[in-house]
Design a protein around this ligand. Structure first.
Ligand code: RNT
Ligand code: ZN
Length: 412
């Protein structure tokens, strides 16, 4: 179908495809750096790996250096329509120096900042509270040992400073997201002390004030992880309350809840109590497996809530998945494009008509509408969006993805 006939088909439903295309072009997705190298990072490794974060697979082409990762990212962005961001983790520093986590400084990230400026890409940031000997107990900010807590508090403070300087340099705030692996493999007897320690550490870490135009603090909850099956200190209730009391962003990772929970349903509830949200869009398969996101119902529902509840302006959309069994660049490209496709579909819905049927309790009409709307020619509008952004679709996209993968496959 041509774009013009698709445009007419949507117009018959009262939907302007031009408005949807313009809106989609304004939505930045924060692309997570860690899909490119299986969450390894660029530190001179001590061999420690606390935190339970691990990618599965050994597909050829893993980025081994910051230059390789940037080359892969440049390729990925060249396949993705629109202007996006990069979500950098602290252990992706780019320097010949070997600072420990409590010694990192802005200068260790300057090559990233320069590159991002040249590319016109905004940076977001994350302190790295895992893959370190001082995280081997799966305890960091809530560790009973004050020295270990202080080490991680310092890492968090430095990360906030670095993110704030990135935000100042780029003219849009850098979201600095806190996720700690802290928890207990077996049933604890003193959850309260652990949570009080985490709270006190966070308070200390957040004490230095930064301009909100440069830095937005976010906190990410989790239900459980490998090695912390019995309790995660930073649970959803913990961070929901913390974010409300302290005015931070709340990060909802789609893999961090019970598998049958609908994360899209949470947005409107949480948005009544916190100003801004961060999403880690992911695909948990039976557990927090971080599969590459598909254009499936969970992603569609998420996008529809963002659009229908008018939350796009106060939600930062980040992705969080890593799969090393397939081309890492293809994983990035398809994942980001799937998020965009879901947003486009939501933007192309006759929202007023659907909401009116629901408000009138005409649930039959709502039902018939949602099902009949699935036949609308979304793909023709997506193809038009890609064409206007000079991005390939279909077999041309496959050819380009294959071509790049073939070029990086020789990396060992
Ligand atoms: C871990 C969290 C966290 C990490 C990244 C690498 O379960 O989802 O967001 O995946 O920080
Ligand atoms: Zn996450």
């Amino acid at each position: 179908m041509t774009y013009d006939s698709a445009k007419d088909a949507f117009a018959a439903w009262g939907v302007d495809t031009e408005v949807a295309i313009d809106a989609l072009g304004q939505i930045p997705i924060s692309v997570h750096c860690w899909q490119g190298d299986d969450v390894v990072g660029f530190e001179q490794k001590t061999g420690a790996s606390g935190g339970g974060i691990q990618a599965t697979g050994n597909h050829p082409g893993r980025a081994r250096t910051p230059d390789e990762l940037r080359a892969d990212l440049e390729f990925a962005y060249s396949m993705i329509p629109g202007k996006h961001r990069l979500n950098l983790h602290a252990f992706y520093l780019d320097t010949d120096e070997t600072p420990d986590r409590d010694e990192i400084e802005f200068k260790h990230f300057e090559p990233w900042v320069d590159w991002a400026r040249d590319q016109g890409i905004g940076l977001d940031f994350n302190p790295t509270f895992f893959a370190h000997s001082k995280a081997d107990d799966n305890l960091t900010l809530s560790h009973p040992d004050q020295g270990i807590r202080d080490f991680w508090i310092e890492h968090g403070k430095r990360s906030r400073e670095i993110a704030a300087r990135m935000g100042a340099a780029q003219g849009t705030p850098s979201v600095n997201n806190i996720w700690v692996p802290d928890g207990s493999k077996d049933t604890p007897v003193d959850r309260m002390s652990a949570r009080r320690r985490l709270e006190a550490s966070l308070d200390e870490m957040f004490a230095p004030a930064h301009d909100k135009a440069h830095l937005l603090d976010a906190v990410e909850s989790k239900l459980f992880g490998i090695g912390v099956e019995a309790m995660t200190v930073g649970s959803h209730e913990f961070y929901l309350g913390y974010a409300i009391r302290k005015g931070t962003l709340l990060c909802l990772d789609m893999g961090h809840f019970h598998p049958t929970e609908n994360i899209a349903d949470k947005l409107s509830s949480v948005a009544l109590s916190v100003d801004e949200l961060l999403l880690h869009v992911s695909r948990p398969m039976r557990w927090d497996s971080d599969h590459v996101i598909l254009l499936d119902d969970s992603i569609r529902q998420m996008a529809q809530e963002l659009v229908f509840a008018d939350l796009l302006d106060r939600t930062h959309i980040g992705l969080d998945f890593f799969d090393a069994t397939i081309s890492r660049t293809a994983a990035w490209v398809i994942g980001v494009r799937n998020m965009q496709k879901a947003l486009l579909e939501a933007l192309l819905m006759p929202q007023a008509r659907l909401k009116a049927a629901e408000e009138a309790l005409d649930l039959t009409t709502r039902f018939v509408l949602t099902e009949e709307l699935k036949d609308l020619p979304f793909s023709a509008v997506w193809a038009e969006f890609c064409a206007r952004n000079e991005r390939p679709t279909g077999s041309a996209l496959i050819r380009d993805l294959d071509g790049y993968q073939a070029r990086v496959a020789a990396r060992s």
